[in-house]
Ligand binder design. Structure first.
Ligand code: FAI
Length: 505
């Protein structure tokens, strides 16, 4: 008796060659309507599934392989004499190989299919066969995707059968496929619900990483559902593999850069905090200003730019030890300059679009929230007697946007579109203010300051004004706002309230 393979695929790529290979190895191919037609047209002999079941495909294809003659042949345990006897009695032939790929439900909903069309794209018979064959991996080889065709044929030719190791691997791939497929269907049914009762997210490994935050930690990078992630449309042009910390910092740098608007801009990030950020007349100008913010801390930093890197800029960046440089374009001469720094990582990447939701992982769980948005100045209002000058207003908005991307408590000093002092990640706001002032040195005089959350007491304002800070932006909302604004008026420092804060942990 001929060995039997069941082939039923939506994606017909490569299936004729695969089935032909099976035929040459002595298999009889049983197939559903469209697949059978494709195979016949390619000259591959097939048995229609209806001939095996003795029942026609019905309900426009909703029921074609859902039949004991098919599922009995797939699921029978070959080591169980009782199962084999039943097959014999019922005239069911065992199926040795099951090759399935599913109705393209994901493509249909991503393409904006209407509800009725999407419903028809929910495959029922395919997952049933994938799961049946995967459950019976000790006897059956399940082929859930064209990516396995060559390997399966290779083993059949070489060993006469699919090895138990590969059968198990294929079963794993099949269950992963059906789980992801069902998760997508459940997600579609859940609709736009932001925080559904159950989330069935599928994360796919993009890279195994050398190590984690520290060398004794193992690590990998996974891309989440939705298709777009940190490394989508990112091309690595040179340098060593991106590390765990590089990825984290690249995310911080690209997020901050995207929030600075469309002017030429540059940011330099260390440990997920900017040590310099600037906008300028050109990316060269912006980079110089960002670097001047804190030249010491920029050592080993992650630089992100929103404009092309010229040879001249490449020479300048090369003078500072830089781990990663992200930019949308690199001139050929710039590439030649960087080629001398073979470990430096160059990433070609455009603007990073912020996701709708962002998560923070906690022990055994996840905190999920809508992503903090960058804003314009439309909701901002001056609360002191004196208004900031137009130049100060521009710097206040810039400092505020940078403060959004600095770990809390954060105070950012800026002047002429560039940071001059950043106090990050402090447990007290007055400490953040003192650090920002210390980092700025003489540059605090005449600069503006942004505080990511309200000043609980006037002390932070007094610290800033004492160093010569000329205007302050902050959310407001403290019980002591009156005292804080009175202090600002007394110190003649114009103050703007934004109405909301930008904590970042
Ligand atoms: N209903 C069934 O019994 C059934 N059996 C197999 N399928 C699917 O039908 C597709 C192939 O159909 P065709 O060979 O007609 O192009 C495959 O994606 C397979 O997963 C079915 N379709 C859907 O549920």
């Amino acid at each position: 008796m001929k060995r039997r393979a069941l082939v039923s695929v939506s994606d017909k790529a490569g299936v004729a060659e695969f089935a032909r290979g099976l035929c040459e190895l002595g298999f009889e191919i049983v197939s559903t309507g469209g697949t059978a037609r494709t195979l016949k047209e390619s000259g591959v002999p097939v048995t229609p599934v209806s001939e095996v079941t003795g029942a026609p495909e019905i309900l426009g294809g909703r029921v074609k392989t859902l039949h004991p003659k098919i599922h009995g042949g797939i699921l029978a345990d070959r080591s169980d004499p009782g199962h084999l006897r039943q097959l014999e009695e019922l005239g069911i032939r065992p199926v040795e190989l099951v090759c399935i790929n599913l109705y393209p439900f994901e493509k249909a909903v991503e393409g904006g299919a209407e509800e009725s069309e999407a419903v028809e794209q929910i495959d029922i018979g395919g997952p049933a066969m994938l799961r049946a064959a995967a459950k019976n991996f000790r006897s059956v080889a399940v082929v859930p995707s064209p990516e396995f065709y060559a390997e399966v044929l290779g083993e059949l030719r070489e060993l006469g059968e699919v090895s138990s190791g590969l059968r198990k691997r294929l079963a794993l791939a099949a269950f992963r496929r059906t789980a992801a497929y069902d998760a997508r269907i459940a997600g579609w049914l859940a609709g736009e619900e932001e925080f559904p009762e159950v989330r069935l997210d599928r994360y796919e490994r993009v890279a195994k990483l050398r190590y984690g935050e520290n060398p004794h930690q193992r690590a990998a990078y996974y891309a989440g559902p939705g298709g777009r992630h940190l490394l989508s449309d990112v091309e690595q042009l040179q340098g060593r593999e991106l590390s765990f910390n590089n990825l984290y910092d690249v995310d911080a740098a690209r997020t901050l850069l995207a929030g600075l608007g469309n002017e030429p801009a540059a940011v330099i990030v260390k440990h997920a905090n900017p040590c310099g950020a600037a906008v300028g007349t050109s990316v060269e100008d912006a980079y110089r200003k960002a670097l001047d913010s804190d030249r010491v801390s920029a050592f080993g930093g992650i630089v992100a730019l929103n404009g092309a890197v010229s040879r001249e800029l490449a020479e300048e960046i090369s003078e500072v030890f830089t781990e990663v440089l992200v930019a949308p374009e690199f001139a050929q001469e710039a590439r030649e300059v960087f080629a001398r720094k073979e470990n430096m990582i160059l990433l070609r990447a455009g603007r990073l679009e912020p996701p709708a939701l962002s998560a923070k992982h906690v022990t055994g769980g996840m905190l999920l929230q809508t992503t903090d948005r960058v804003e314009d100045a439309s909701g901002h209002r001056t609360v002191t007697r004196v208004e900031p000058t137009p130049e100060q207003s521009a710097d206040l908005l810039f400092a505020w946007r940078v403060a959004k991307q600095v770990k809390s408590n954060a105070v950012v000093l800026a002047r002429n579109g560039a940071t001059v002092g950043i106090g990050a990640g402090q447990m007290s706001r007055v400490d953040a203010a003192e650090i920002a002032v210390r980092k700025a040195g003489g540059r605090a005089r005449g600069a503006v300051a942004a505080s990511d959350a309200f000043f609980p007491f006037p002390d932070g304002v007094e610290t800033l004004a004492g160093a010569g800070v000329a205007a302050i932006i902050q959310p407001g909302g403290s019980k002591r706002d009156d005292e804080v604004v009175t202090a600002a008026d007394r110190l003649e420092v114009p103050m703007v309230f934004t109405g909301h804060r930008h904590f970042l942990h």
